[in-house]
Design a protein around this ligand. Sequence first.
Ligand code: NAP
Length: 180
Amino acid sequence: MKTILIFVSTLDGKITKWGDSKVRSWSSKNDQDYFDSVWNDTRIIIMGSGTYNPDPVKPDSRHHFIVMTGNPEKYRSRDEPGRIEFTSQSPFSIVSRFEREGEERLLIVGGAHIATSFLKDELIDELWLTLEPKIFGIGANFVIKEKLDIRLKLISCTTANQQGTLMMKYRVLHGEELLR
Ligand SMILES: NC(=O)c1ccc[n+]([C@@H]2O[C@H](COP(=O)([O-])OP(=O)(O)OC[C@H]3O[C@@H](n4cnc5c(N)ncnc54)[C@H](OP(=O)(O)O)[C@@H]3O)[C@@H](O)[C@H]2O)c1
């Protein structure tokens, strides 16, 4: 099973414009189409309550959404088995469960708190990062402020449009790969 972390960021590393959660107000059409196709191709989609709450996903038969929260009781009435689930389970428990169930991939769509938890626990295989040629100065980063030391290797990079939106895929290096 492959676990993929996906983000769109500005050149100065911001995933929100001045803290506003509406990413589609500034990301390119190319990135939006790309994100939608990855979303449509993936059954298990994981997000934090900070990403879910400003723009709640509608459950559908093609997806199983996992919303991570320290307070799942608050969302009990929205739980729909096999479609949307609110959980305080650890990243490791979530990944192990879907691995046991034979899923091929997990998509982690943020935000920064969730990304940091999965990265720290070495549960991310690939980072799919779109870089928009913009600078916002103020906004959230895709990891929270913590001491991290994560190394990655570029798998692919494509230029999506004339402005130079870059779509990159990186593999997160683990174990022996770090010694090479
Ligand atoms: N540009 C992009 O690609 C992109 C992608 C995604 C999100 N975003 C933006 O990022 C912002 C949200 O990011 P965020 O960092 O504030 O929020 P987040 O990571 O989506 O969610 C944080 C919340 O998740 C829960 N949580 C965190 N770690 C957990 C753990 N280990 N176990 C269980 N629950 C855990 C907590 O929920 P409770 O407080 O409920 O306990 C925490 O408050 C939004 O503005 C969104 O638009 C941008």
